[in-house]
Ligand binder design. Structure first.
Ligand SMILES: [Zn+2]
Length: 193
């Protein structure tokens, strides 16, 4: 498990703006290429990645979406893994979402189920409010990356269920961004570390 914690810290160091997530995409692709490839299909579009793990029957498709971009916030923490990119920070937890997504890919590559599992690494979630609408067409269930709430204590992730239409989660995300998005951040969202 410490492997994914380490990957999260590596990702935390390199927050990038929407559609410029080049280092992030390279790191993600590098990890994905280290997995057994027999059941794995990787596609990229711009700085996004779509990973499909072929199920044993392949009747349905179940997806998890993670956002991959950082926020235009100066990180003022003293963590040894703080942002190396001046003016940008993973202050919204996308570094955690990506690590979770890599864990999900790893699990289902090693333990395939009947259904196809699709993991969407979505660029430019912040600001432009883009969603992976094209990518999720025809998907039976979509679980979006959980956004931490400022009200939650360390180690607790809040999420809003039923995001098929996007609205409950969208409201939650806005609330989080309002509370964290002052342009500077001295702590990480709801994570302690
Ligand atoms: Zn976000």
């Amino acid at each position: 498990m410490s492997k994914f914690a380490d990957i999260r810290k590596e990702l935390h160091r390199i927050p990038e703006p929407g559609f410029q997530e080049f280092k992030t995409q390279a790191l993600l692709l590098d990890y994905l290429s280290s997995l057994p490839q027999e059941r794995l299909e990787i596609r990229t579009w711009r700085t996004g990645i779509l990973a499909r793990i072929k199920g044993t029957a392949g009747k349905r498709r179940i997806a998890y979406r993670t956002d991959i971009d950082g926020l235009p916030i100066e990180e003022e923490t003293s963590y040894e893994f703080r942002s190396l990119h001046p003016g940008y920070m993973h202050a919204c937890g996308h570094d955690m979402h990506m690590s979770i997504a890599l864990g999900i890919v790893t699990h289902f590559v090693l333990h395939p189920i009947e259904d196809d599992v699709i993991v969407i690494f979505q660029p430019a979630e912040e600001g432009r409010r883009r969603r992976a609408d094209d990518a999720k067409r025809g998907i039976s269930g979509l679980e979006a990356g959980p956004h931490p709430g400022a009200a939650h204590r360390a180690g607790i992730q809040g999420r809003t269920a039923g995001d098929e239409a996007g609205h409950p989660l969208r409201q939650h995300v806005r609330a989080v961004h309002r509370s964290e998005g002052e342009g500077r951040a001295r702590r990480l969202p709801a994570s302690g570390e």
